[in-house]
Design a protein around this ligand. Structure first.
Ligand SMILES: Nc1ccn([C@@H]2O[C@H](COP(=O)(O)OP(=O)(O)OP(=O)(O)O)[C@@H](O)[C@H]2O)c(=O)n1
Ligand SMILES: [Ca+2]
Length: 537
């Protein structure tokens, strides 16, 4: 029978594996009946091939498992462009992500933040013809950085914030003219232009909140969390977002409890299969530039002989301002008084305490129809959890060397500000060479303003819950633009994306088991092969 089995070269390859095992077992039993010369020949010729075949097969299985778990990301990248047309300046952000891993947190990252030279877009109402030059440099960067064959499919959005909101309140037609000019300009580029619009303050706050929680990996972590207690504490896990711009400021967070007072201010999102009710409020005219303008307008009434002492400017600093320019703005006109001159000279006195007192008057707390208000009669659910503070919050704290890892209390900030404000302008100016004079001269006001703003939000005893942040995890800058694009391109799905073929522990266990099996097969095969070889020879 054995001879029958071994006869016929065609059958050998099909039955090779069975035979080799059989022959090997036989060799172990030292049965003399297997000393067939053809079997010896077959085995000596094909044994290595068969072992090799098993080895390669196992490798293929391992490779396939590995591949399904960690699919390659390099080939298919997507790009998105968002213009942040802020009140003080415009920045163009380019984002890049892998088309395959689109649902993974942190995989969208910023590859460019191109600062457009010039002021905010709202100042172009009377010089529309200058818009092409304004945008051309950054659009050139986009053409350079995004591969040509991707241009047509790359979406491009422009969102305008508080500067355009103000212009729209003053003259809606002018604001629309700017948007139309920008629309026709951006449509002329080879990208997929998806619109230029003024985003609302609530959108600005909410998208900023999405951005930071996406970049911090919080939205996605919760999705995979198996800990049921995290479900209940959902609101504590997300970071609140604090954005301070030139013309408006936003506070956004998931409140612990929702009262009927705050219900109208909630925005609802379903992200990665989880519902979020986010409280958000945007204060127009409470951005840093507009706040300073309002303060100067308010205090201009103290001017004597065209000059007044300003506690929020450094001693020795002087600035002349045109009263017409201050009074004719939407934010400051309420402070208008009649004065017998057109310009005033503002002289710094660098008095931190007086500066704080003076800033107090910008916040109206006299009327609150809710249980608790931040200011200007806006309901204020109690803040809790951690907060990420970005934009001007970060620029100012970074300049003062007071970002989260270096500061532990509000008292430290107070102390630093007191010393900084009283430092003569001459010293400040010669110490911080290279810092733009506009920024440098206003950091005393800015730091004091931030202290007051956060006090009204009720962060006084909560200061150490704030992290001043710029770029998160080296991925992208904190701000509303990424959240806006994630939303418009459906990168964050409402529902859970399908799970990976294997969880990470299963994947690792599988790899280990397969490797052990592979090694065992190989060793056993080699032992058996050599034994039978010696036996037959
Ligand atoms: N290195 C920097 C850069 C900016 N600023 C200040 O930060 C504020 C502007 O912040 P930004 O976030 O750029 O505002 P915009 O987006 O232009 O304004 P908004 O969001 O209100 O439209 C301005 O007061 C500007 O003087 C600063 O103090 N230091
Ligand atoms: Ca902004």
């Amino acid at each position: 029978m054995r001879k029958d089995c071994l006869s016929g070269n065609q059958k050998r390859s099909a039955l090779g594996a069975g035979r080799i095992l059989f022959a090997s077992l036989a060799s172990l039993s030292f049965s003399s009946g297997y000393q067939d010369s053809r079997l010896k020949k077959f085995f000596s010729r094909n044994g290595t091939v068969i072992l090799g075949f098993i080895f390669i097969l196992s490798l293929i299985v391992l490779f396939a498992v590995g591949l399904s778990q960690n699919r390659k990301t390099s080939e298919n990248f997507k790009y998105g462009i968002v213009f942040d047309a802020g009140s003080s300046h415009t920045t163009m952000y380019i984002y890049k992500w892998s088309a395959e891993k689109v649902n993974d947190t942190g995989l969208v990252y910023e590859i460019e933040a191109c600062k457009v030279k010039g002021p905010g877009i709202s100042t172009y109402a009377t010089k529309l013809q200058e818009l092409p030059i304004y945008l051309t440099q950054c659009m050139g960067r986009a053409k350079e950085l995004i591969p040509k064959y991707k241009h047509q499919e790359t979406p491009i959005y422009l969102g305008a914030t508080a500067g355009m909101r103000l212009l729209s309140l003053e003259d809606a037609k002018l604001a629309n003219k700017i948007l139309s000019a920008v629309t026709s300009l951006l449509s002329s580029y080879p990208f997929n232009f998806r619109g230029a619009r003024i985003i609302s303050g609530s959108e600005e706050g909410a998208y900023g909140w999405i951005t930071i929680n996406y970049l911090l990996g919080i939205l996605k972590e919760k999705q995979y969390s198996k800990d049921p207690s995290l479900e209940k504490n959902e609101s504590q896990e997300t970071y609140g977002a604090l954005d301070l711009g030139g013309a408006s400021t936003q506070i956004t967070f998931v409140p612990k409890t929702v009262t009927k007072n705050t219900a109208s201010k909630l925005m609802k999102f379903r992200l990665y299969g989880k519902n979020y009710s986010v409280f958000t409020h945007s204060y127009l005219c409470y951005g840093m530039d507009q706040a300073l303008l309002r303060k100067l307008a308010k205090d201009s009434k103290n001017a004597v002989l065209e000059a007044y002492m300003e506690p929020c400017f450094h001693p020795g600093y002087e600035r002349t301002v045109d009263l017409h320019e201050i009074y004719n703005t939407t934010c400051a006109w309420t402070f208008k008084v009649w004065l017998p001159f057109n310009k005033i000279r503002i002289q710094g006195s660098g008095n931190f305490e007086k500066c704080l007192q003076s800033i107090n008057e910008l916040f109206s707390i006299s009327y609150c129809r809710y249980t608790s208000c931040a200011f200007n009669s806006v309901s204020r659910p109690s803040v809790h959890g951690k907060f990420g503070a970005f934009s001007a919050y970060y620029y100012v704290m970074e300049f003062l060397n007071l970002t989260s890892d270096k500061v532990s209390s509000r008292d430290m900030v107070n102390e630093k500000m007191r010393t900084f404000c009283s430092t003569p302008w001459e010293v400040v100016n010669t110490t911080f060479i290279g810092v733009k004079e506009k920024y440098l001269s206003e950091y005393c006001f800015a730091g004091s303003y931030i202290l007051k703003l956060l006090e009204y939000y009720n962060f006084t005893d909560y200061w150490n819950h704030i992290e001043f942040m710029d770029k998160i995890n080296n991925n992208a800058e904190a701000g509303w633009t990424l959240g806006y694009m994630l939303n418009l391109t459906n990168i964050i799905p409402a529902e859970l994306p399908p799970p990976k073929p294997f969880s990470r522990p299963t994947y690792i266990s599988l790899m280990v088991v397969f490797s052990l099996v592979l090694a065992a097969v190989f060793i056993l095969g080699s032992v058996l092969f050599h034994k039978s070889w010696y036996f037959w020879n």
